[in-house]
Design a protein around this ligand. Structure first.
Ligand code: BEZ
Length: 258
């Protein structure tokens, strides 16, 4: 249940003002068919919302509180794929904590249902503890607002199920990554951690990561950095790969934070 109707109205009014001022559509504007016209875009500020969770009421902006944060959604409690995913995230909690990432899940049922489901999740993945909050979104208000619906998977009433969205927000509360999987495909949380490593390297060290990069592999100097700036920034040095064009744009450097 989303609470604080007055606060929500104020925020909505501010978002409308912002939308008309900047010429951008409001994220999550409903198209009337129950699916959102507008998904969050990279660089968008996280929507501000207050929601009931398995760990009490959470104000999302306060929850982020200068940290990295991941919000990921699920179609429904007591469904098989979701059960495996929430267990995997429970197991990976030390990895998220190591990276300073706050974790928040969402599923379209009430808190009582979530709490009963957690027992199944922890029984299915005994090494996991669901120590992170799960948002209750039984009316799919947030799912619609975020544009995380899967029109191909519908409930008995023909309403689209919530897709498997992954949003990573930076400490500035801006969207750094979004991935949207259909309800029927379970996510790979190794990949989610890999992407968070890449995002944090870019944010802190001005490097990009090449195809199939994994932690410890060489990184790439971002194109915006001159050779002089790169030499000053990367004490371990960098190598420039020769290519037929003669352009010096492929520059490799050891991962800077190890
Ligand atoms: C699942 O979590 O198993 C699931 C949910 C919705 C559609 C298909 C699968």
């Amino acid at each position: 249940m989303i609470g604080h109707e007055k606060k929500t109205t104020d925020r909505t009014e501010r978002a409308v003002d912002e939308a008309s001022r900047t010429g951008r559509e409001m994220p999550g504007k409903d198209d009337g068919a129950g699916t959102s016209k507008m998904a969050l875009k990279l660089g968008d500020l996280a929507p501000s919302f207050v929601a009931e969770t398995t760990q009490g009421e959470i104000d999302f902006h306060k929850y982020i509180d200068g940290s990295w944060a991941i919000l990921f959604s699920h179609p429904n409690d007591f469904t098989p794929v979701c059960t495996t995913e929430l267990g995997a995230v429970g197991k990976f909690m030390p990895e998220f904590e190591k990276r300073g990432v706050k974790v928040l899940a969402l599923s379209c049922n009430d808190v009582e249902s979530h709490k009963a489901w957690i027992k199944d999740i922890e029984s299915f993945t005994p090494e996991a503890q669901v120590s992170y909050p799960i948002i209750s979104d039984p009316k799919r208000d947030l799912a619609v607002q975020f544009g995380m619906l899967d029109p191909d998977e519908q409930d008995a009433a023909g309403i689209p199920l919530t897709a498997r969205a992954v949003y990573v927000f930076g400490p500035d509360k801006k969207l750094k990554l979004s991935i949207l999987y259909p309800a029927t495909t379970g996510r790979n949380f190794h990949e989610v951690l890999r992407v968070i490593d890449s995002l944090q390297l870019t944010a802190n060290h001005s490097v990009a990561t090449p195809v199939n990069w994994n932690a410890g592999d060489k990184c790439m100097v971002v194109p915006g950095l001159s050779n002089e700036a790169a030499a000053a920034k990367f004490p371990k040095g960098f190598e420039t790969i020769e290519v037929p064009s003669g352009k010096q744009y492929i520059r490799l450097t050891p991962q800077p934070n190890i």
